[in-house]
Write a protein that binds this ligand. Sequence first.
Ligand SMILES: *Cc1c(COP(=O)(O)O)cnc(C)c1O
Length: 382
Amino acid sequence: MTSTSEIIIKSEALEQNVKFVRSLLDKSTILSAVIKGNAYGHGTNIIVPALESLGVNHFSVYSSAEARIAFEVKSPKSKIMIMGFIYKDDYQWVIENNIEFFVSCPEEFKRVVETINRIQKKAIIHIDLETGMNRTGLGIAQLKKIIPQIKANENLLRIRGISSHFAGAESIANHSRIKKQFSVFKRRIKLLNENGISSEIKHIASSAATINYPETRLDLVRVGILLYGYWPTAETFIHYIHRRKDKTDPLRRALRWCTEVALVKTVPEGEFIGYGLSFQAQRTIKIMIIPVGYSNGYSRSLSNNGHVIVNGYIAPIVGAVNMNMIICEITDLPEIKVGDKVTLIGKQDENEISFTSFAEMNNSLNYEILARLPENIIRKLV
Ligand SMILES: *Cc1c(COP(=O)(O)O)cnc(C)c1O
């Protein structure tokens, strides 16, 4: 073992999640699986082939660096789309390998023009529009500036898409902002069309918009979190389930993070456990040591707060999360031995530490906890 814990990815869960997302889409809508952040911590090298075997053949990444990793493991017929940053030396590689990418600013477009003219190869671009998120994307002034440049280089550009991104479709609090963004998106597309620029497809929806705003699914949806089995927010789940007869969660968490008990011991009443004074034994208690800490992606904010599952029972964390270990109380559980199975995230027997509840405990988002799982934890597909 080259890590003290392992991440198990369940192909059955992925299959169910893909099926669910597909059930929402028209036949003609492309499902692009978002695999940025090491496939939300699940492992790009595992997730890409697993999703390919389920018929997914379009993958969205953030950067050219992530594209290179996905490119190594994808099948030849799958497509990669870069939604964000391309390192300047990577444009040639991206274009030569038919990798699709967003054009989000005029400076970036200049590099594209320079590269396609130098290597005489078509770039497959998505014109990314600023519609109100105020992050990336071409604003109206920039758009007007690059329209003539696009036209001047038309023979070396394949305008695959026009895209944008919503600023928080997972919360009803953003409802009017989302609606406004969508109408700006449609207006800007019209402007492009009137100037003789049209694209093969249009896309704007991520997981949350796919659920909450069906009219925004258009030709392609960029879905990440749902495929891994999590709702963008509890609110999105409630919004979905509210309209259904069947109230069971259609998603399956694909990931289980597990390890084993490293050590078991008894601590006398009155003693403090671990660093400092944050936990004092109020009676003689039994504890176990788990060989995972914040250096392994387990958040320090779960000190005296989080739970793990051991042999199917929930055990609370006592004291601080250390760099390489955590301590849990097991006083009232049936005998726990060194080597017994521990689940940090996911299901074990009847109990589940779900990322959603874990995230709430941790006061952070599913996205963050998943994406922070270190790359060096061993991952296995089952
Ligand atoms: C991350 C991301 C998505 C996917 O978001 P999910 O909520 O995980 O579905 C889609 N589009 C862009 C531009 C993104 O950055």
